[in-house]
Design a protein around this ligand. Structure first.
Ligand SMILES: Cc1cc2nc3c(=O)[nH]c(=O)nc-3n(C[C@H](O)[C@H](O)[C@H](O)COP(=O)(O)OP(=O)(O)OC[C@H]3O[C@@H](n4cnc5c(N)ncnc54)[C@H](O)[C@@H]3O)c2cc1C
Length: 384
């Protein structure tokens, strides 16, 4: 007789909310993580942006669910996760970006997103101090938000434990074996557990854990850097995404979190494949230049620290969430690229339904976008 209904491999952006929702359904849940506490993988690398404004319908609907969970969390469960409904803002300085963002607006509105084009004069009010030279306008989605990934991880963990979930930290899963009639054996470097179902939520190690499920998961990491400044008096709310390219980088993002620190990161160009998490000497000069160019008033702010983490990438930039074909109890929720924190709770709700009722919460034809068995050569999302 298996000891657990579900074993989740990975206490990260996806595994933690999944453990919470499954425990809330009264399933017997075990979460195993090789690191020492919740959210110590890529979750703590995330800067905390959460937006429903994507161009992929499945991501839009998943992030709408996530925003609902995050926005109601404090009232429902009591934990302050630093939810700040500041919205997302994409400033536009180039004609070609004006065209592409305006084209997206139609689709985004069809999916019920509150997003619009702002004229340059309105932006100066929203972002006091933004460089007005050449500013054409931008898209603003006031219902998007920013949240502390560290506080959120803690909150999901605490509430999952309250509902009976068990966590084993500093324990690495090293093998999975189907046992005829008695479920699945999960072997770790410290012991063996049996369960009906296993969820691979192993983030950057998804492929390695996939092999234990005899499945080749196309998840390959690349690394991204971020940083945080000293706190200053809050003076702007939105998370700003500058989609212009600059030497050595593509998109540049930043926002001022609840306590006044400015958190920033950028998409390196070219991409840096691999698992290296050592900070580079090139990131801070690049990021500082971009921050000051867009927001000259920040030229004297001091940076507190920088860090580097991983995006577990799929070939088309869309995650993989599936029950494996011809398997009784293997599920995967992997390949969350640069969006695992924002997708986490929405994916977790769908996984919960998939595990307990055999189908996702979203319509199957939408959820199919996340299929492992999809065509990865279809065009990927415009806004990453
Ligand atoms: C600089 C930066 C900024 C980012 N900003 C954002 C953002 O603003 N918004 C956003 O949505 N996303 C952001 N991301 C992306 C986000 O961090 C990831 O997409 C997300 O954390 C992935 O979640 P996950 O649950 O798949 O992986 P993780 O959170 O890494 O969790 C996986 C866990 O599995 C454990 N594990 C792996 N293998 C094993 C094993 N064999 N045995 C036991 N345990 C195992 C790991 O220890 C880890 O804790 C950012 C990433 C970076 C690097």
């Amino acid at each position: 007789m298996p000891n657990y209904d579900v074993i989740i491999i990975g206490a990260g952006s996806v595994g933690l909310p999944t453990s919470f929702f499954l425990a809330r359904e009264k399933l017997k849940v075990l979460v195993i993580d090789e690191l020492s506490s919740p959210g110590q993988g890529q979750n703590k690398s995330a800067i905390g942006g959460v937006r429903a404004t994507h161009s992929d319908p499945a991501k839009i609907q998943i992030c709408q669910l996530s925003l609902k969970v995050f926005s109601g969390w404090k009232e429902e469960y009591g934990d302050d996760i630093h939810f700040q409904p500041g919205g997302y803002f994409f400033p536009v300085y180039e004609e070609e970006h004006e065209k592409s963002l305006k084209e997206l607006l139609g689709l985004q509105k069809r999916y019920g997103l509150n997003i619009d084009w702002l004229q340059a004069e309105d932006i100066v009010e929203l972002l006091p101090g933004i460089n007005p030279k050449g500013l054409k306008g931008g898209t603003y989605s006031p219902e998007d938000a920013n949240i502390s990934p560290i506080l959120a991880a803690r909150a999901f963990y605490r509430q999952a434990v309250k509902r009976g979930a068990t966590f084993k930290f500093q324990e690495k899963v090293i093998g999975l074996k189907k046992e005829k009639g008695s479920g699945i054996k999960v072997k770790t470097d410290k012991g063996t557990y049996t369960t009906e179902k296993v969820v691979n939520a192993a983030g950057a190690n998804a492929r390695e854990v996939g092999k234990m499920m005899e499945t080749d998961l196309p998840v390959f990491s690349d690394s991204h850097e971020a940083g945080v400044t000293e706190p200053v008096k809050p003076f702007f709310q939105p998370l700003v995404v500058d989609i212009r390219e600059s030497p050595g980088s593509k998109n540049f993002y930043f926002y001022q979190e609840k306590e006044g620190h400015i958190i920033f990161c950028l998409t390196p160009q070219p991409i840096v494949p691999g698992l290296n998490r050592d900070s580079s000497s090139s990131f801070l000069p690049q990021a500082a230049r971009r921050l000051i160019e867009l927001f000259p008033r920040l030229r004297n702010i001091r940076v507190r620290r920088v860090w580097r983490g991983l995006y577990p990438m799929t070939p088309d930039g869309v995650p993989i969430v599936n029950k494996l074909k011809d398997s009784d109890g293997f599920y995967v929720a992997v390949g969350f690229c640069g969006q695992g924190f924002m997708l986490g709770p929405g994916i977790a709700l769908n996984l919960m339904n998939l595990i307990t009722k055999g189908k996702p919460l979203l319509p199957e034809e939408i959820f199919r976008n996340f299929s492992l068995y999809r065509d990865y050569t279809r065009s990927s999302e415009a806004l990453k």
